[in-house]
Design a protein around this ligand. Structure first.
Ligand code: SF4
Ligand code: SF4
Length: 158
């Protein structure tokens, strides 16, 4: 009997269908956080403050289809710009596949369960506050949380 390998092990990011591409997103929400860049070191510093469209209770964009109307600088990830997106978390499936790494064991495509990313402690569900609640965007600096971008790809407890 021949066991067929899953699409993410056989296809390049460029050859994936739109549906396959979208299914790679594990729903962690880490790319919707407000980040700062250290001007001297280039280091990306995440905060617990999320984009105004991010719904923390379900850990996803509340208006994904029209997000560009309200958040023009929201970056649409494609196989062609992933090279420039080194601020994406190390656990992000797009980044990992681009770097030739496997999907984490807790990824919903592997477990078949969208909750596994949350049980693994990778997602930010229920842990963010909205930028809309800040009086000044710079106040996000009060919520720096560097641990959020720590690589949790090897978590096995989920
Ligand atoms: S960081 Fe990657 S996997 Fe997580 S929500 Fe963003 S695109 Fe999806
Ligand atoms: S617009 Fe939506 S997808 Fe873009 S950063 Fe905000 S919440 Fe995330």
């Amino acid at each position: 009997m021949t066991v067929q390998k899953p699409f993410w092990e056989t296809k390049s990011l460029e050859r994936m269908s739109a549906r396959e591409w979208e299914s790679l997103c594990d729903g962690c929400g880490l790319c919707c956080l407000i980040r700062f860049e250290d001007e001297e070191t280039g280091e990306i510093i995440p905060t617990r403050v999320a984009c105004k469209l991010f719904d923390s209770s379900v850990c996803r964009c509340s208006d994904y289809a029209h997000r560009k109307d309200q958040v023009p600088d929201c970056i649409k990830l494609t196989p062609h710009n992933i090279e420039d997106l080194q601020w994406m978390p190390p656990s992000c499936a797009y980044r990992r596949l681009h770097e030739g790494k496997p999907l984490p064991a807790w990824h919903p495509l592997i477990t078949g369960d969208p909750e596994s990313v949350h049980r693994a402690g990778v997602s930010v569900r229920g842990q963010t506050l909205s930028e809309a609640t800040l009086a000044d965007p710079e106040d996000a600096l009060d919520y720096v949380a560097e641990d959020l971008l720590r690589d949790k790809s090897d978590v096995w407890d989920f």
